[in-house]
Design a protein around this ligand. Sequence first.
Ligand SMILES: [Fe+2]
Ligand SMILES: [Fe+2]
Length: 642
Amino acid sequence: MDALAIRFSPRLLQTELVQSCALLDGLDLAPLDSAEPPSPGTPVLYLLAPGESAPAQAGTDSYVCVVGDGAEDGPGDAQGGWLCIGSSPSLETFVNLTRTRWPFIPVAMAFARLRQEFDAQALVLDQLTEVSLALSSEHNYRRLLSLILSRALLLAGCDAGSLYLTIPEEEGPPAKLLFAAVQNDSKPTPFEETELWISKSSLAGYVAATGETLAIEDSYTIPREAPYRFNRAYDEQAGYRTKSQLVLPMLNQKGEITGVLQLINKKRNPSAILASPEKVEAEVVPFDASTISLMKTVGSLAAVAIDNNRLYQSIERLFEGFVHASVTAIEQRDPATSGHSLRVSVLTVELAEKAGRVERGPLAGLRFTPEQLREIRYAALLHDFGKVGVRESVLVKAKKLYPFELERVLTRLETARLCAERDILLRQVERLMAGAVTPQEMEAFARELRERTAKLDRFQEVILRANEPTVLPEGDFSALKEIAAASFTDRMGRRRALLEPEERAVLSIPKGSLSEEERLEIESHVTHTFHFLKQIPWTSELREIPEIAYAHHEKLNGRGYPRGIGAQAIPVQSRMMTVADIFDALSASDRPYKRAVPVDRALDILRDEAGAGLLDEALVKLFIEAKVYETTRHLSNLALAP
Ligand SMILES: [Fe+2]
Ligand SMILES: [Fe+2]
């Protein structure tokens, strides 16, 4: 409910009293003949011209004031009484005259004025809050600068403006400004980022050097004695007329000048286009005190936003550096997988982006924000970090037997050859000494030597072949059984096996190069990765990184590792990473235990695993059909760039 309703005679419309009341907020002010009735219960003040009377329906809470004659006799029809005052009273005179007679009227007016001031302040506060929120939520540096300028121009009702940033020096005050943004609503203005020396002779330079604010009524009539000049080059070239200007420093919390805001041509009507000098003359006004004050606050908000943004950028760079250093650390321990982390991250992010555009089928509705894509990228870059916790010999194990183990087996075979030779020679000598040797017998000795040596050579071939790891379970290891059963007698007369049971077990590994124990050790890298990533105080936007990386070797049917969780518990980001990880592990030619699998074959393997319920079928299909796998072709075998 309004505090007071005022119904005035149309004859009083132009009086100072009515005009002043119109500026107040919270009064129900309307002409006498208004169709709008005062709300019930609101006292009504009738402002009448001499000779007029209040409407017949005026109730008990109505008061009449005749403005303009000061006559003794007034209309007697207002229940609350009447008052005659002289012509053209000011609002202040009116308030003083009514103060003793009707004290509620000055109170209502004072209240309305307060409310008006409050509303104006609240509006400014709303605008500042809105600007502050907009600035703090923009993380893109270039967009932030444009946003600062456009919001400042909007709030100040200006036609054009520029934004300069101070370029910090290692020591001492900044010596240069960066011309960082420009906007002109009336003339399209080309923009090129340039650096300029801070000089007091230019407006922006003067403000950057002194920290003073310049409010200039007309840029073309700056007094000669002023240290700064307005450069008309732009105006002349663009056919523009710069008149009023506000050039102010953007001060951060420490009172340092982060930049300079230059606002040009404040307009009566903010949407006016200043297409001609006449239009400039008609529309452009000087900057008033409240706009200057508002812009100083906007400048400070902008400075803080720019500082925060720079801090944010440096944290980003720091973090990127940390991630790259971590990836380098993993890949230096295991140079054979160099570039794997980078390629998996590129493939996973590409798959996520493609999945985010799918409109039908099981992937429909999957959308990732830029922050979520960043989360996926970091998780993929760091997914194998836990390999730092795995013994290097296991990590780089290329064959089933470690080189020293193979050497031992080969030496044993060589010993067996020598022993066979020695054995036959001894027997030959024995026969020769007995003097009874025949040429046939000698031939038999030579044949035996050839056969025993050939057998050992064959064993060696079998062992060398069995020592090669395979990508898929394969191999016929029955030949190893024969070798394991074979033995020879050494010089000391001891029977010795050609192949120890452990060696046979290792050579019989059906897939890859690792024993069960070693496989478990390698698999522990996932748990190491998780514990390592858990230690990092991620921001809320990146908090899923440990969980995403933790599930990169899980399978939808629960047969993965380390936890054996099923489809429901595996995040979709991890499923995507798994597809990328397997594809890269297969197709890269950098694994110690295998040659690269051709791309087509690698894709077939992914299809097979999806068909067997291990991998997400829809993601594998998308990976293949959208040719996601081609994204890293140019990165093959490239180490992560520093
Ligand atoms: Fe892994
Ligand atoms: Fe991996």
